[in-house]
Structure formats: structure tokens, C-alpha cells
Design a protein around this ligand. Structure first.
Ligand code: ATP
Ligand code: MG
Length: 737
């Protein structure tokens, strides 16, 4: 139990308190997450609890991954335990039981881009001007409703029948119906449907209650009603629930997080034990004091103060730059100044309020050849070509997915006009079937021009054949095959433009993404792969080992820590944002966010702002952030607050001779790697066309080696170690040995 000696008394007490409800309530960096990981290890090693019987949930895949890593380090081996985000836990449960709610088990998960497209389609059908009402407006309403379990009908009842509410009702209603029809769920549905499933089917609930005898939730302050219900139902049987959180770090109220969940834990779970942690192990005392001086301006909070036995450390540096370019320039030069041989670039983080701020930093950093990673923003998976190929895969998985179908039916161009698609959509609606089902009907397709009809048939055949073979193929092989046989790759190659070239590169890079997943799990199925991609929250591609400065929003940085932290954009209107002033408690929530940002820093902290800022195409003079004015001035060095500043050309930190055309080396290497993969894709997709004879010894990328039993030119039957498989020729890259 040596590992428990690293904990302080309170932490140890919490780790060893395994039975009954437990609340660990404590400020940032006090070791809440560490205590939880030690607690899990303690239960496994000392109490003999089977990891299979435990469930730990948190908010981002990254946090979940880190938690698993820490536990496995403590235990000394890999463990079979659900350490997951809320969304993935719900998704796993639904995959197994969605039929009870009337979904197919291969249901698709729609990400925010899909949601927008869906809303646009519905608005079009309802003749709603999408310029006046943008999809985000409706999605906001819908998401709020789902968080509070308000159905479209309830929404109408509550909001009465003014024109606007009626319209929102119609959109919401249409949206839900289409999702169901497409056999798809959005992120909110995952949570909601898991709860509905438990309510509807007692046997399923019992099954999971029996399994999860110990339940743990990190960042409990950010749970909403539905997440609360999910946990509560699961925990009811055993009452062994441990939640950890910090009311000062609740930053998701705008998304329905309910701070009462943590404040009323003791009421909800009888005989709960509450343990408070007060020592901070993360930051210098100056940083802690800065954090405290900000958060203590919040009125609705429980008084608490952290202490540390670390030294005071440096003061925070404040810089009011001339404009946003200047600000980015300053940050980049400070990183250069601090870097030194003993520091990694990944020790630095730039945490901003909105993704729109990232661009200037990217520019400034790449000019100096400083490697960086942006987490969030326009996600890699939102790129057109990636999205298109994902839709091919989605349709292979779930043919009811009309949204995926309409996206790719004419991508690449197949001479299928919008009229044709409209006609078929109308027909599918009348027949009450999916668009794909209608397209499969040769009588329907033959009514179009012979070219269109041939292309349609070719398309449905392509999808059906891959769908039939999906269990026999690796995801990467399917991807290669679809890329080539759909004509997508060829169409891009024929364009022969720079843009097309970069799209091809992205598609090749995506192939390495698939490889990564297959390396981790060689048997990963299409639906598992799709799940993993769909659930990638913004922060998920953060690889701490990569030596690069990290750029992300303060929201995504929750729970993480970095030696050096920059918080740019300290201006009224940006941080706190204007919208904070419209809402009751809006400002307090922004202040909590500021507290979260500051407390990510271990050694040094920079706050910066710009005198003049261009954002969303508008240039304005700015006022220093209210939060700066609230800070204890004795903790700050650099520019004085309220001081007007003009750029001082002579100042060392600003000028360090970096030339604007510093080449960014790693890129060239990446490009080379992609070209190599590209060659492999073409080779892979072409493979497998040979025929085989009975008795041939072959190898299959997924199933290993086997003996051909029969082959009729179309279907090959093979005996593998784990059984006999029938496969279509020309799909699986089989190799004769
Ligand atoms: P947050 O509120 O930001 O999520 P937290 O309370 O979960 O923070 P942790 O991330 O668990 O805090 O811990 C913060 C840092 O303090 C980590 O680097 C951790 O290793 C260290 N730490 C925690 N407990 C101790 C301890 N008893 N002794 C030394 N270091 C500790
Ligand atoms: Mg934590």
C-alpha cells in the first residue's frame, strides 16, 4: 500500500472510504482526480473488487484516458474497467439495447455538423427562411429542451402558440422524427435515451445496477439533470457512489449543468460522507492568490481557500498589446524566451475564450517555427472530404441514414441531379421507407435517364456489397475500397488543383488515423470505429507526449495542468463576453471560467489583451477586462492595468529577429509520409481480385491464415482458425501464400 503514502491524510481517508456515498469537495489542483485514481487502485488491489464491477465517468475522452493510465500505473497492469465519458458510457449501453427503444443497433451518431444540415433540410421543408433563423438558434432550443426532458409537445404547451414558438416546435418535432427515421441519435439523445431505456426496461437497469457496484464521477459540478438521473438510477441499488468536484469550477451552466447536484449531494444520498481537501499541490502561491482574488468576487459561493506549501514563485505578467497581432507576437516571443533546453514546448498552453482567437497565435507561432497544436475549432473531421468519406462508411453501416446518403449521392458527380433526388425523396416519404431502400428499387431507378439510372444502380450496389462484407473487412480496407471504387479519389486527382491535392493529402492522413485505431485494436469493427470518431470531443486529440505548444479554449482545459499558461484576450466583451451581462449569473459563470483558466498553471501565468482588436471582421478599441481590475495588483508585473500602451519597438521581448519565412520543417516530412500511404491505398484497393482454388492457403488481414474450401469466382469460402467465413471476391485483400 506504499502508493497510498503519497496522499495526505484527507486524501487517504477518501481513498479508503469505499462503501456508501462519498463526496470529495475541493478547489482546483487539490488532488481530487488523483485521489479518485488511488481509490480505484486501492479497491482493486486491497479490497479485491473486480474492475468489471466499477464505473468511472468524466467529461472528456482525454480525462478518461488519463485516468485509466494513472490507475493502470498504480495497479501495475491493464484493467477491464469502464472508465469513460458520459457519452461513451451511454453509447455502449445503447448499442446493446437500443432495439428496446425502437432503434436499430447500428444507429448512427450525428455530430454538430450533421445536426445543422438536418435542421437546414427541415427548415427548407417548412419554408422557414434560414437567413432569418439560423440552425444554431433551433439547435440551441432543442438541446435545452432535451437537457430538461421537454418533448416537442411539452415545449408547445409551455411556450404557448405565438408564431415563433410554433415554428420552433415544428422544427424540433421534425428533427426528432427524422432522427428516428434515419436510425440516428444526436449527442443529447445518447444521454436521454440511456435514461429512457433504464426507465422503460427494468431488466436492463437491473443488469447494469448489478454490474456496477461502485460508481465514481469526476467533475461532478458540471453534471446536468439527465446525467444526474443516469448516475442516480445506476447507483440506487448499491449506494456506493463517490463524486468529486468543485463548485467554483462549474462552467457548463449554459449547457444545463446544475450546480445543485453537487451542493445537494448529501440530501440525495443518505448518510453521505463529505471530505474536503484544502492543500493545493499544483500551483505556486502567487498563482493561487491570483485565482483566489478573482473568484472571491463571486457572491453565490461557499467560502473556501486553498493553501500551498510551495514558494511564492513569479508574479503574473500582464501585457496590454497594441492589437491582436501584437498580442500573439508577444506570446510567441515569451515562449521563445522561456523555452530553454530543459523545457518542452508542450509545457506551454495558450487558453483562450473562443476558438476564433486561435488564428493569430497559429500565425505567430509558425512564423517562429514553434510547433503547436490547436484543439477544437474547425475540427479535422469537419473537413469536407473527411466528412464525405465518413458518410460512405456510415451508409455502409446504416442504410437508413438519409442524411449521409444525400451528402454523397452526387459526390463525386454521378450525373444525378437535384430533381432526381427530390423525386426519390418524395417517393421514399410516401412509401415510408429510407431513401436508400427506394433507390434499390430497379423499377424506380429505371424511370430516370439511362445514365442516371445506371449510376444509381452502381452506387447502391457499391454500398450494399460493402455492407454485406463489413464483418469480413478491416476498416482500412473498406476505406481504401470505397475511396477508389466510388470514384472519389479519381475525381479529386482529375481536378489537378492545389486544393484537390491538399484534400487528397487529408484523405491519406485519415488513413493513418484508421491505422492508429487498428493498431490499438486489430479487430475493431466498423461501428466501433465510427463511434470512436463520432465521440471525439474537441480536446481529444491532445497527445501530451507530442512536443508542441497547446492551444485550446479554457472550457476544454478543465482538469488539465501546464507549467506555463497564457490567457489572452483579457478584455470586456471578449472575456467576460458581452453575453455574460445579459444573463443572471452570467458574469459569475465567466468568473468561474477565469478561475479554471488561472488554476491550470503550475509555475507561471501570463494575462494579455489588446488595445484594439479585430474579431469577426470588426475592429474596436477595447477596455481591459473587469477580471483584471478585480485582481490584487501586488501580484502583477508588466503593464499596469488601465495604462495605455503603444508598441515599444526597442523592447527586447518583441523583437527577436525571427524571419517571416521560416520554413516549417515537420510539414515536409508529413507530406512525404502521406504520399507513401497514397501509393498503398491504390495498391490495397486494387488487390484481392485474383481467384482461388480449393486447398489454397491464403492470408486475410483480419482473420489471419486459412484454407480455401471453395471458390466460385464470386464467393470464396475459407476455413480460418476461428471458423468458416464466406467472403465476396474482390473485397478482402486476400493473399495466396
Ligand atoms: P482540478 O480541480 O483542476 O481537476 P484536481 O483537484 O483534480 O484538480 P489533480 O489533478 O488530482 O487535482 O492534482 C493536481 C496536481 O497535484 C497533480 O500534479 C497531482 O499529481 C498533484 N498532487 C495531488 N495530490 C498530491 C499529494 N498528496 N502530494 C503531491 N502531489 C499531489
Ligand atoms: Mg481533476
Amino acid at each position: 500500500m506504499e502508493y497510498l503514502n503519497k496522499l495526505n491524510n484527507e486524501q487517504r481517508e477518501a481513498a479508503m472510504h469505499t462503501e456508501g456515498p462519498l463526496l470529495i469537495l475541493a478547489g482546483a489542483g487539490s488532488g481530487k482526480t488523483s485521489t479518485m485514481t488511488h481509490r480505484i487502485a486501492y479497491m482493486i488491489k486491497e479490497k479485491g473488487v473486480d474492475p468489471y464491477n466499477m464505473l468511472a465517468v468524466t467529461f472528456t475522452n482525454k480525462a478518461a484516458g488519463e485516468m485509466r493510465e494513472r490507475v493502470e500505473n498504480l495497479v501495475g497492469e491493464g484493467i477491464n474497467m469502464w472508465i469513460l465519458t458520459f457519452h461513451s458510457a451511454c453509447l455502449r449501453i445503447l448499442r446493446a439495447h437500443a432495439d428496446i427503444l425502437g432503434y436499430g443497433k447500428d444507429f448512427a451518431v450525428y455530430d454538430p455538423t450533421d445536426q445543422k444540415t438536418l435542421i437546414k433540410n427541415i427548415c427548407k421543408e417548412l419554408n422557414i427562411d434560414s437567413k432569418k433563423f439560423n440552425p444554431a438558434y433551433f439547435l440551441g432550443i432543442i438541446s435545452k429542451c432535451k437537457e430538461q426532458r421537454i418533448s416537442p409537445e411539452d415545449y408547445l404547451k409551455v411556450n404557448g402558440d405565438d408564431l415563433k414558438s410554433k415554428m420552433a416546435y415544428q422544427v424540433y418535432d421534425g428533427y426528432q422524427k427524422t432522427l428516428k427515421k434515419n436510425n440516428a441519435m444526436d449527442f443529447d439523445d445518447l444521454l436521454l435515451n440511456a435514461v429512457k431505456l433504464f426507465e422503460k426496461d427494468e431488466a436492463t437497469l437491473l443488469k447494469y445496477q448489478r454490474r456496477f457496484r461502485y460508481i465514481m464521477v469526476d467533475e461532478y459540478q458540471d453534471t446536468n439533470q439527465i446525467q444526474y438521473a443516469f448516475i442516480k438510477m445506476l447507483a440506487e441499488a448499491h449506494n456506493n457512489i463517490c463524486v468529486v468536484g468543485d463548485d467554483d469550477q462549474c462552467i457548463y451552466q449554459w449547457r444545463g449543468a446544475d450546480i445543485r447536484n453537487i451542493l445537494e449531494f448529501e440530501k440525495d444520498f443518505k448518510d453521505a460522507k463529505v471530505i474536503k481537501l484544502e492543500q493545493n499541490y499544483r500551483s505556486t502561491s502567487n498563482i493561487l492568490d491570483v485565482a483566489h482574488s478573482v473568484i472571491s468576487h463571486n457572491k453565490g459561493r461557499k467560502q473556501k481557500k486553498l493553501w500551498t506549501d510551495q514558494e511564492a514563485g513569479n508574479k503574473l505578467i500582464y501585457r496590454r498589446a497594441e492589437d491582436e497581432k501584437d498580442e500573439a507576437y508577444f506570446v510567441a516571443s515569451e515562449i521563445n524566451r522561456m523555452k530553454g533546453p530543459s523545457r518542452k514546448y508542450s509545457d506551454f498552453a495558450i487558453l483562450y475564450r473562443t476558438n476564433a482567437q486561435s488564428r493569430n497565435f497559429e500565425e505567430a507561432l509558425s512564423r517562429r517555427g514553434i510547433p503547436y497544436r490547436v484543439l477544437g475549432g474547425l475540427r479535422y473531421y469537419d473537413r469536407k472530404e473527411i466528412k464525405d468519406m465518413m458518410c460512405y462508411l456510415r451508409l455502409v453501416q446504416n442504410q437508413a441514414d438519409d442524411l449521409a446518403l444525400t451528402r454523397i449521392i452526387n459526390e463525386p458527380k454521378r450525373g444525378i441531379g437535384s430533381k432526381t433526388i427530390e423525386k426519390m425523396t418524395a417517393l421514399a416519404k410516401v412509401r415510408n421507407e429510407s431513401l436508400f431502400a427506394t433507390m434499390m428499387d430497379k423499377e424506380v431507378t429505371s424511370s430516370f435517364s439511362s445514365k442516371a439510372s445506371a449510376n444509381l444502380d452502381e452506387f447502391t450496389e457499391l454500398i450494399s456489397s460493402y455492407s454485406a462484407e463489413k464483418d469480413n473487412l478491416r476498416v482500412s480496407d473498406m476505406y481504401d475500397g470505397l475511396l477508389v471504387k466510388s470514384g472519389y479519389l479519381k475525381a479529386l486527382e482529375e481536378q489537378n488543383t492545389l486544393e484537390a491535392e491538399s484534400r487528397i493529402e487529408n484523405l491519406m492522413e485519415f488513413k493513418s488515423v484508421i491505422y492508429d485505431y487498428e493498431e490499438e485494436d486489430p479487430n475493431i469493427s466498423l461501428s466501433e470505429f465510427m463511434e470512436r470518431i463520432a465521440l471525439l470531443a474537441e480536446v481529444d486529440n491532445h497527445d501530451a507526449d507530442e512536443n508542441a505548444v497547446v492551444l485550446m479554449t479554457m472550457h476544454s482545459a478543465k482538469g488539465l495542468e501546464f507549467p506555463f499558461v497564457f490567457m489572452p484576450g483579457m478584455e470586456d466583451g471578449l472575456f467576460p463576453g458581452w453575453r455574460a451581462f445579459d444573463r443572471e449569473d452570467g458574469l459569475e459563470e465567466e468568473r468561474r471560467l477565469c478561475y479554471v483558466g488561472i488554476t491550470r498553471a503550475r509555475e507561471r501565468l501570463w494575462l494579455t489583451g489588446a488595445e484594439r482588436r479585430t474579431l469577426y471582421g470588426k475592429t474596436d478599441y477595447t477596455r481591459e477586462s473587469q477580471f483584471l481590475r478585480e485582481l490584487d495588483k501586488r501580484l502583477i508585473e508588466g503593464d499596469g492595468i488601465y495604462e495605455k500602451k503603444t508598441r515599444d519597438k526597442a523592447e527586447g521581448a518583441f523583437i527577436d529577429g525571427a524571419s517571416s519565412d521560416t520554413p516549417f520543417k515537420p510539414f515536409d516530412q508529413l507530406k512525404y509520409a502521406r504520399q507513401q500511404t497514397k501509393k498503398n491505398v491504390a495498391a490495397g484497393a486494387a488487390g484481392g481480385s485474383a481467384s482461388f482454388d480449393a486447398g489454397d492457403r491464403i492470408s486475410h488481414p483480419k482473420f489471419g491464415e486459412g484454407d480455401v474450401i471453395s471458390c466460385d469466382g464470386k464467393i470464396v469460402e475459407v476455413k480460418f482458425a476461428d471458423g468458416i467465413k464466406k467472403m465476396a471476391l474482390g473485397f478482402a485483400p486476400l493473399k495466396k501464400l
